[in-house]
Design a protein around this ligand. Structure first.
Ligand code: SAM
Ligand code: SF4
Length: 352
């Protein structure tokens, strides 16, 4: 984008810089999920196709400096948490530097929270450096404890590597540690109790996610997905479940197991959507802002970040695009609407 074009639109919007990101439904946005890559060391069936994935062009992937440029404007607009995701965020060779630079950004309310969602595979190598750089929270995905199932589900024989990653996380001081599983009928729905027991043994919270229509193969079927109520019924056969109050904008509802201290979480995006309290927005690895996992619209930051305008003009324009994105946010994801369209990108390219 030429600098002159940027200059004329940015002057109008520079006034809004530093104001909170509030949408039409008075939702204040505090959480920016940053996808660092669409590549991954696994091929989970509910997320990516086995073959034939159309990868993002390498030259369109945001650099470390470009990510920090967006994050700096977002932090000034009230973002207090960056969640790093992907694809697999640990595949970025500059991951420690990304965490270090983002953790150094200031918020009005204290230390910037840097969370990460990962399949855990590179954690034993990099976790000490990530913690040193300022990582504050970790979610690790694990859908099954059975090696054959893991291989079938992820199309890779790497269960032991994930378990090593979870052990590394347990040994680190990062708490609360969370383990995420997508509950799937006929795949792992007989393992829900075992997964919770595994998490408890590793001083972690198990969180079950209802499967969402975000698979690259577009095979999701509402009638066969495992629901929140079914998950709770399975767990109630083993533990007394007591709801934990004070959920706020968090995606997971939580229950204490046998009075605590351990808890389990359920993210019921499909059967009990929590859009009314959503405070999240997303940045894809190729510089597209999204106001919802399920949105069809994207707001392109690449031309802004790669323009020859001054740092100040680019920042004003990034701020304008952030606000446009938030202004376009709908009340909810409308998965249940007859006209619902699944986003073209799979979960690995949106950032979970
Ligand atoms: N590779 C990392 C991982 O697996 O944790 C981060 C990216 S992954 C897309 C983020 C989260 O999205 C994971 O917990 C994964 O289980 C979840 N996920 C992926 N596809 C999903 C789907 N169709 N429905 C529900 N959750 C999904
Ligand atoms: Fe990779 Fe995470 Fe998607 Fe599995 S869910 S294929 S680990 S990005």
């Amino acid at each position: 984008m030429p600098a002159s074009t940027l200059g004329s639109c940015s002057a109008v919007y520079a006034r809004s810089m530093g104001q909170p990101l509030v949408d039409r439904f008075a939702r204040v946005h505090r959480d920016l999920r940053i996808s660092l890559t669409d590549r991954c060391s696994l091929r989970c069936t509910y997320c990516m196709p086995e073959q034939g994935n159309e990868w993002l062009a390498r030259q369109s992937i945001l650099t470390l400096d470009e990510i920090v440029e967006v994050a700096t404007v977002a932090a000034a607009a009230g973002i207090t948490t960056f969640r790093l995701t992907g694809g697999e965020p640990l595949l970025r060779t500059d991951i420690v530097e990304i965490v270090r630079r983002l953790a150094a950004l200031e918020t009005a309310t204290g230390r910037m929270q840097i969370a990460m969602t990962t399949n855990g595979i590179r954690l034993p190598e990099v976790l000490p450096d990530l913690v040193d750089a300022g990582l504050t929270r970790l979610n690790i995905s694990l859908d099954t404890l059975d090696r054959d199932r893991f291989r079938a589900l992820t199309r890779r024989d790497r269960l032991e590597d994930v378990l090593d990653g979870i052990r590394a996380a347990q040994a680190s001081g990062l708490r609360p540690l969370k383990i995420n599983a997508v509950a799937m009928r006929g795949v792992n729905d007989d393992e829900l109790v075992d997964l919770v027991a595994f998490a408890v043994a590793h001083d972690a919270q198990m969180r079950f996610i209802e499967q969402m229509p975000l698979d690259a193969g577009h095979t999701w079927d509402r009638s066969t997905m495992v629901t929140r109520d079914e998950i709770l019924e399975a767990l109630a056969a083993r533990w007394a479940l007591e709801p934990v109050p004070g959920r706020g904008g968090a995606p997971a509802e939580q229950w204490r197991l046998d009075g605590g201290p351990h808890t389990v979480g359920v993210i019921a995006s499909v059967t009990a959507p929590f859009c009314g309290a959503c405070d999240r927005m997303r940045l894809t690895a190729d510089g597209q802002l999204r106001n919802c996992l399920f949105s069809i619209d994207e707001y392109d930051l690449l031309p802004v970040l790669r323009s020859d305008a001054s740092t100040e003009l680019r920042a004003a324009e990034v701020d304008r695009v952030l606000r446009n994105c938030i202004a376009g946010k709908k009340a909810g994801h409308a998965i249940d609407d007859p006209g619902f369209l699944q986003p073209a990108r799979g979960m690995n390219a949106i950032g979970g």
